[in-house]
Design a protein around this ligand. Structure first.
Ligand SMILES: Cc1cc2nc3c(=O)[nH]c(=O)nc-3n(C[C@H](O)[C@H](O)[C@H](O)COP(=O)(O)OP(=O)(O)OC[C@H]3O[C@@H](n4cnc5c(N)ncnc54)[C@H](O)[C@@H]3O)c2cc1C
Length: 429
């Protein structure tokens, strides 16, 4: 194999075979409920970026003859769950890992998903797991609850996955449905209010604030865009720009929204406050969306604080997992770059849902992109199984063209070989 010549691989050969005797405890999807995880809960402070590939790789594990699963799915949000079901439908086995750090953890209800509008996210996940468990117990498996994948190492024809409980499994394909996190302003009240009146997605939460008071918080140009996006729901909107509007802010707003000053302030009667927010304070104890009311404390001006029912914010995001760094996946800004089939720059590793660069972050997209990845993974595995099973004699007996099959096999091996080769080149520096 070409990659055995790489200095980096020689380094791996010298390392200890730590993982060979370990296994992953697996359960049916519904064996432990999310509410009752005390027996398996553990400190998840361990960071997957700390995983050191050279501590784990050993030569006898490089080319297993049999894989534990067809696919390992990392992530138990809508993307990961959709992948679990889709693979089972074509009798592909999968093991799903879930560290339970869902992006919409704090939101009370999910919306704009057919048949699930107004559903509690926890109930949605539980119902999906129950259904998968009942219908596909032979194919869909679940690593013990709250288990984090720490490392993924490419093998000759698949991957070895390591978790934070010391378990390891092999799989032919990987689907990362690892999601993103919202980076909230580091100011009192934001973290507690997020998903409970403070939000970024008009489709998800906007309808709860129909004809109610809304604050839009962000830099001028983007705040104008956000305000326009909720104006059909309510006209009682105040923009807070985070501080004095600079000349650059004005130029940017003028370029995106020519005539904004007149339209926003006079025609649409939306006041613009050139202050920053110092604190967000909930003034009601009931937690239903209809009860939402906040005092938004500003660093100057009157009236202060502003009273509002909801606040639309625009915040950056970061990848929830570090596996993309470890696997050296090509990025598009903060998102993992994928092709149309959801495959990343490393062959056999798919990235679905919020984590990829489709520029779409909602439950539908997570489920759809997972479906697309599963179709591609299944078809590519089927193709490989076929090619593996075609001995030259059979080709001849069927009157087939031996040369054709030989070339196909060679091409496939080359393709897989060079994916892995590229990866080891990157890892080896
Ligand atoms: C406040 C709020 C409200 C929202 N409301 C809606 C709504 O109403 N409708 C809608 O369509 N969308 C809504 N969204 C968006 C929606 O939540 C996301 O688009 C969706 O959750 C993305 O799904 P995902 O599977 O890609 O990621 P996530 O749901 O974030 O799941 C990521 C999964 O990966 C796991 N994970 C990460 N790293 C590892 C690792 N190393 N090992 C094991 N597991 C790992 C996490 O634990 C988690 O299970 C909302 C978002 C927010 C923030």
């Amino acid at each position: 194999m070409v990659f055995f010549n790489f200095p980096f691989w020689r380094l791996c050969l010298l390392s200890l075979p730590l993982a060979s005797s370990l296994t992953v405890p697996q359960q049916p999807l519904t064996a432990a409920s999310e509410e009752n995880i005390s027996e398996v809960t553990q400190d998840l402070a361990k960071d997957d970026s700390a995983f050191n590939i050279t501590d784990y790789t050993s030569p006898d594990e490089w080319n297993p003859t049999k894989f534990d699963y067809d696919v390992v799915i990392v992530g138990g949000g809508p993307g990961g769950l959709a992948a679990s079901m889709s693979l089972a439908r074509v009798a592909r086995t999968s093991l799903l890992y879930d560290s339970q750090e869902y992006r919409n953890e704090q939101t009370r209800y999910m919306h704009d998903v057919l048949g699930q509008d107004g559903q509690v996210p926890l109930k949605f996940r539980t119902a999906v797991r129950q259904q998968i468990d009942e219908l596909y117990p032979d194919y869909s498996f679940w690593a013990t609850r709250k288990t984090k994948v720490m490392g993924i190492i490419p093998l000759e024809k698949g991957f070895r996955v390591y978790d934070d409980r010391g378990g390891t499994v092999t799989a032919k394909r990987i689907i990362l449905a690892t999601g993103v996190k919202d980076v909230l302003p580091n100011k009192p009240g934001f973290a507690e209010s997020f998903g409970r009146g403070v939000f970024w997605c008009p489709w998800c939460d906007g309808h709860d604030y129909k004809n109610r008071k809304m604050v839009v918080y962000g830099k001028l140009a983007s705040a104008i865009g956000s305000a326009l996006n909720i104006r059909k729901l309510t006209t009682d909107i105040t923009i807070v720009t985070g501080g004095p509007i600079s000349k650059e802010d004005k130029d940017e707003a003028e370029a995106r929204w020519p005539g904004w000053e007149t339209v926003i302030k006079k025609t649409f009667n939306i006041p613009i406050r050139e202050n920053d927010i110092t604190k967000v304070e909930r003034t009601t104890t009931n937690m239903e969306p209809k009860d939402d009311e906040y005092k938004v404390h500003l660093n100057g001006g009157t009236p202060n604080p502003l009273i509002t029912n909801g606040m639309l914010i625009s915040v950056p995001t970061t990848q929830t997992s570090s596996l993309h760094k470890q696997l050296r996946l090509e990025m598009d800004g903060k998102s993992v770059k994928v092709k149309k089939n959801m495959e990343s720059s490393v062959g056999g590793v798919y990235v679905v849902g919020d984590a990829n660069n489709d520029s779409s972050t909602n439950a539908y997209h997570a489920m759809w992109s997972a479906k697309r990845a599963c179709v591609d993974a299944h078809v590519s595995m089927s193709k490989q199984e076929y090619l593996d099973a075609v001995p030259e004699a059979m080709a001849a007996a069927a009157g087939g063209d031996k040369e054709f099959y030989r070339l196909q096999l060679e091409e496939l091996e080359l393709q897989i070989g060079s994916d892995v080769e590229q990866m080891y080149q990157a890892l080896g520096g």
